[in-house]
Structure formats: structure tokens, C-alpha cells
Design a protein around this ligand. Structure first.
Ligand code: SAH
Length: 251
């Protein structure tokens, strides 16, 4: 099994594949101003198994297209959507966030939690904008420096893993540069990382290693994840996920 398939295997049965939380998705909905809107068309990009998709479907009157390039994650979303009685509002679509199958000005909103980094924040913001109607909403969470200065070990790690990591003011400037007007920004609280993401993942390590016959590759993946958890635990005052909600400026 290659490294990518191992990664899918470690995260397939999880409720979410990145930091987040129901209350935080609801807060982004409140900031979007769409709570009372009708007949919305929304995309949830890099939805994984759909933790955010389910919250959007529950709290907005919308048809939601949930896009991810890993069919295993979408299959779990479809099961959960049916279980929650939300299947009629959600369409799961296997595809790349770099070639979205939407037309111009087709969507009222795009949500994307913990996923835009895969194509890069700026490239994603720039490319996805055309699919939004004028005044449409972009709501994304993105790895963010919480302070101007940070410890060298942390800086080196994230600079290597994701060179676009920046402070909130840097991310807001990118949004403005690409024709968005920021409506709100907040930081995901610790429990979104520790209780909702890292904790459940750590509980899966033993069965994951066993399922893969304790292979070197499986161990290496678990070690890399453990390292990331330890960095977060030690340095959470300096790094987190920022949630950015912005409106497309007409023109
Ligand atoms: N939004 C989910 C998943 C976040 S993890 C959550 O918060 O739980 C990032 C997701 O992006 C993964 O599900 C991964 O499969 C997806 N992804 C990564 N690169 C992608 C690409 N190029 N196109 C579509 N999806 C991608």
C-alpha cells in the first residue's frame, strides 16, 4: 500500500479529517448573513467525510454539492447524510478542487474547511471566485500564525510543510487583493484540534498499525502525525486555524 492510500486509511473512518467543530461551522454561517436565505446553491470543497457539509445542510435552506477527490470519504458522507435525513440536500461529487465543475456565477456560497491549502490559499481564492454570484460568500478555514513572532522549531516545520502559512492580516490582504470584502475572522478553539481531530486520530493509531502489519510505512505515518500533535500541544499559542468569511465584491 502506498503512502497516500495509508493516509486515506488512517482518516477514512474519522468524523472529520481536519480541525473543526459544529459550533464553529455555525458561527461561520452566522457571519455569512445567509441564515434566513432561501434556495441557496452551495459548494463544500475538500469536504472529506462531510462534517461541515452536514452542519450546512442542517442549518441552511440549500442544495449543497460536496466535493472531494477521495471517494471513500464521500461514501461515508452519503451514509451519514442519509442517516441524518439530509440526503435530499447533499450531492457528493468526486473531483479535484483545482478543476471544479461549476459554471460562472453559479453559487451563492463556497465553504471549505481545512482543505484550500492543498492547492494553496491564494490560488484557491483566485480560482474559486468566478463560480460565486456577485455578493456571494466564501468561508474557508486556513492554517494561520496567531502572533507576529514564533519559536524557530515551529516556524521551520510549517514553513517546510506549507510555505503560504501567514498571519490573519496577510490572509485578509489576499482576500481583498482577489476581490473579496472580509466579513469576519475567528480562530478555532483548542478543542477543535484536540477533542475533535487529534484525540480521535490518536485512538485509531493502534488498530491502524495492526491492520497494516506494523509496516515501516504505517509507523512512519503515525510518527509524523504524533510529531504534528506534539507541535500543536507545545505551540498552540502561536499557530491555529483561522476561519475567514468574505463577500465577493461585484465586478
Ligand atoms: N473539510 C473536511 C476535510 C479536511 S481534510 C474536514 O474538515 O473534516 C482535506 C480534504 O481535502 C481531504 O478530504 C482531501 O481528500 C481533500 N483534498 C485534498 N486535495 C484535494 C484536491 N486536489 N481536490 C479535491 N479534494 C482534495
Amino acid at each position: 500500500m502506498d503512502d497516500f492510500q495509508l493516509l486515506v486509511d488512517l482518516h477514512r473512518d474519522a468524523e472529520r479529517q481536519g480541525p473543526g467543530g459544529e459550533a464553529e461551522t455555525r458561527l461561520s454561517i452566522a457571519l455569512s448573513g445567509l441564515s434566513a436565505a432561501k434556495n441557496l446553491r452551495i459548494a463544500d470543497i475538500g469536504c472529506g467525510s462531510g462534517a461541515s457539509t452536514l452542519v450546512l445542510a442542517k442549518h441552511l435552506e440549500a442544495q449543497i454539492t460536496a466535493v472531494d477527490f477521495i471517494p471513500d470519504f464521500l461514501a461515508k458522507l452519503e451514509v451519514e447524510a442519509a442517516r441524518a435525513g439530509l440526503a435530499g440536500r447533499i450531492r457528493a461529487l468526486a473531483g479535484s478542487m483545482e478543476a471544479l465543475p461549476f459554471g460562472e456565477a453559479e453559487l451563492d456560497a463556497i465553504w471549505s474547511e481545512g482543505a484550500i491549502y492543498n492547492m494553496g490559499f491564494e490560488a484557491g481564492v483566485a480560482a474559486w471566485r468566478k463560480h460565486l454570484k456577485p455578493g456571494g460568500i466564501l468561508a474557508v478555514s486556513e492554517l494561520t500564525w496567531l502572533t507576529r513572532e514564533r519559536p524557530a522549531e515551529l516556524q521551520a516545520h510549517w514553513q517546510r510543510e506549507y510555505s503560504e502559512i501567514d498571519t490573519a492580516s496577510g490572509k485578509l490582504a489576499i482576500l481583498e487583493k482577489h476581490g473579496f470584502s472580509p466579513l469576519g475572522y475567528f480562530v478555532l478553539p483548542e478543542r477543535c484540534w484536540l477533542d475533535n481531530y487529534y484525540g480521535p486520530m490518536e485512538q485509531r493509531f493502534a488498530s491502524f498499525l495492526e491492520a497494516h502489519g506494523n509496516s515501516d510505512a504505517a509507523f512512519a505515518l503515525v510518527e509524523a502525525e504524533r510529531h504534528e500533535v506534539s507541535l500543536y500541544e507545545r505551540y498552540k499559542a502561536f499557530v491555529g486555524y483561522g476561519y475567514y468569511v468574505a463577500r465577493k465584491v461585484a465586478g
